[in-house]
Design a protein around this ligand. Structure first.
Ligand code: 13P
Ligand code: SF4
Length: 331
């Protein structure tokens, strides 16, 4: 007979000093096994406050890395070290190129304040931290950019051009995207790197029109990783936790189409809730983690041969931690 993964995972969680963590985009069967769930910001805060020495993180690479940076004393394992496609769009050298671009266009390095979306590698966060910059997530980007502007400097926002532009629009700021049309840093407040999330690019104006024609009065709610023209056409935009709250507070008879990852939308209240896409917007890397992977990772702790451990070098931990802590300090 095969292994009863659920029962074995429960047993291992009881017997080991370990916390299982899962992002909302994980498959249902994995998500149900977690002790801590949430969006990126909640997971960072809750993991920091958690007391177990072992963390098994079901999510994408930058999330496990962030726990290791915030709490280097913890042993962090990931059932699958799957890399978020957006995080992979920028590395240290692309970050340096973006700074050079701004310098060539007349902005001195001292007058640049970098902000990185948490969906980035720890090496990028470290470069941001070294320059006095901060990390943000989709739930606190407004506050972080607001704080950044207090410095009087130009904001370099990496890697998500959509998130950077969406919050700039919301805040009445001028923005541009490096490599996309004219981008003169002297003329803009927020200068964005040209990264994006391919999952959230799937939602189109045609999808919105389709639902509005089919169900007049339907609400459209989307994640700020969607293109600015989608966010502008929607009734609401917010992080995963903010979307969950928005949908849960709607009248049960109110129809809503949600533009974010499929596993999350599918888990929201079932009636009158639609996926804002004719395709299935699954995040391929978030979906890589299976129950078997989770079991194997927990078992590796029991067997004293931990697998897929997250290691971050001390220099990167030091400076990436500065950028993350500056974010966590802002309530
Ligand atoms: P949240 O910050 O909303 O959890 O988003 C993370 C993410 O990867 C969205 O695609
Ligand atoms: Fe990255 Fe997009 Fe997947 Fe979120 S949905 S983890 S941004 S690839």
């Amino acid at each position: 007979m095969g292994i009863d993964y659920k029962a074995e995972i429960e047993r291992l969680k009881q017997e080991l000093p370990v916390t299982v963590v899962a992002h909302y985009y994980q498959r249902d069967e994995v998500f149900e096994m977690a002790d801590i769930t949430g969006d990126s910001l909640e997971l960072a805060r809750k993991c920091k406050a958690d007391e177990n020495p072992w963390v098994v993180f079901c999510g994408v690479g930058f999330m496990g890395q962030s726990v290791k940076v915030i709490a280097p004393e913890k042993r962090v394992l990931m059932p699958k070290i799957a890399c978020c496609a957006m995080a992979r769009m920028i590395d240290g050298s692309y970050f340096d190129d973006s700074i050079d671009y701004m310098v060539k266009h007349g902005i001195e390095k001292e007058n640049i304040l970098p902000i990185t979306y948490i969906n980035s590698d720890a090496t990028v966060k470290a470069k941001v931290g070294e320059m006095g910059g901060m990390v943000c997530t989709s739930s606190n980007a407004f506050k972080i950019i607001e704080k950044g502007l207090e410095s009087g400097k130009k904001i370099l926002f990496v890697p998500d051009r959509c998130l950077g532009q969406n919050f700039a629009i919301q805040m009445g700021l001028k923005s541009c995207v490096i490599g996309e049309g004219e981008c003169d840093p002297k003329e803009a407040d927020v200068i964005c790197f040209n990264g994006f999330c391919s999952v959230h690019q799937l939602f189109t104006l045609d999808d919105i029109e389709f639902y509005r024609n089919k169900f007049p009065g339907i609400k459209i709610a989307v994640h700020p990783e969607c293109d600015p023209k989608i966010v502008a056409a929607a009734d609401f935009s917010g992080s995963t936790s903010q979307l969950i709250k928005y949908v849960s507070e709607l009248d049960p008879e109110q129809k809503v189409a949600v533009g974010t990852e499929y596993n999350l939308v599918n888990r929201m209240r079932k009636k009158n809730t639609y996926v804002l896409s004719s395709t299935k917007p699954e995040c391929p890397t978030m979906n890589e983690t299976t129950l078997e992977d989770l079991y194997n990772t927990l078992k590796s702790i029991e067997d004293d041969q931990p697998i897929n451990e997250i290691v971050v070098d001390p220099h990167t931990v030091k400076y990436a931690n500065l950028a993350l802590e500056r974010m966590l300090e802002i309530k």
